[in-house]
Design a binder for this molecule. Structure first.
Ligand SMILES: *[C@@H]1O[C@H](CO)[C@@H](O)[C@H](O)[C@H]1NC(C)=O
Ligand SMILES: *[C@@H]1O[C@H](CO)[C@@H](O)[C@H](O)[C@H]1NC(C)=O
Ligand SMILES: *[C@@H]1O[C@H](CO)[C@@H](O)[C@H](O)[C@H]1NC(C)=O
Ligand SMILES: *[C@@H]1O[C@H](CO)[C@@H](O)[C@H](O)[C@H]1NC(C)=O
Length: 225
């Protein structure tokens, strides 16, 4: 090996080691739905997931806050190539921004006070498919799951192709969107809460919604658990 090659390899090894040590979490995202889905993550992008496939993303310390969702009914059409019925992100395969409602969200905030991670699931942007968000290491207890038939029983005014909208998306009022310091659950948010008791059903929903885990935990998101 030439001196020059050593000079190149050593710094890249050190960089790789540094990367591993600041890496805080791996998210394994699995499709257990009967159809093909297009998974999306901020940050992370997106990928087509056939039944049984898993997409792993690494989230490093610099990427503290993020979310993961599924897109359904996607066509390879439009100028950006991947147009989806739910969760669409500007027609891109690899999302750079949030998805269009309705879409069930898995949200995380990593490396907070005392190196704790916070995770939750949210139907504040509505619901497209059930998902579970589990912790896979550090001996943490199992996190939220929502497997109820939210779309089947969706109030007709909230029904959307491929999902069930949150009332804020439809009515856009302060009451439903919770544009106040405090706000109360509404009949529609209670519909979601009844079926997904451990998900955010409106922005100020703090009942059984946030799960805490020590940092360095890895996570597993399953669509249609
Ligand atoms: C996908 O293509 C089908 C058939 O052309 C069309 O009916 C449907 O609306 C398309 N979906 C999207 C999200 O573009
Ligand atoms: C295509 O992607 C670009 C960049 O994200 C975005 O600005 C644009 O609105 C997208 N086009 C469509 C038709 O969604
Ligand atoms: C929150 O969790 C507690 C304890 O498990 C339970 O008694 C309560 O019913 C839950 N609240 C909701 C809205 O599900
Ligand atoms: C996938 O779905 C089947 C039911 O269709 C269920 O029995 C199984 O536990 C699910 N797998 C995961 C990893 O959630």
């Amino acid at each position: 090996m030439s001196q020059f090659t050593k000079f190149i390899i050593l710094p890249s090894l050190l960089l790789a080691l540094l990367y591993v040590s600041i890496n805080t979490a791996t998210f394994d995202i699995t499709n257990n739905y009967s159809y093909t889905l297009w998974a999306a993550a901020l940050s992370g992008g997106g990928q087509q997931l056939d039944l049984g496939q898993t997409w792993s993303i690494n989230v490093n310390a610099g990427q503290i806050k993020g979310c993961i969702w599924a897109r359904t009914g996607c066509n390879h059409s439009g100028t950006n190539g991947t147009n989806c019925q739910t969760g669409d992100c500007g027609g891109l395969l690899r999302c750079l921004g949030y998805g269009s409602p309705p879409n069930t969200l898995a949200e995380y905030t990593l490396n907070q006070y005392m190196k704790m991670d916070y995770i939750d699931r949210s139907v504040i942007d509505g619901f497209n498919i059930p998902m579970s968000f589990l912790l896979t290491s550090n001996g943490c207890t199992i996190g939220p799951t929502c497997t109820a038939d939210v779309n089947g029983q969706c109030p007709s005014v909230l029904k959307a192709p491929g999902g069930c909208n949150n009332p804020c998306t439809i009515f856009k009022t302060d009451e439903y969107c919770c544009n106040f310091k405090n706000c109360d659950p509404t009949d529609y948010s209670k519909y979601f809460k009844g079926l997904c008791p451990d998900a955010f059903s409106y922005p100020k929903d703090y009942e059984n919604t946030t799960y805490t885990c020590s940092g360095g935990t890895n996570y597993k998101v399953v669509f249609c658990p």
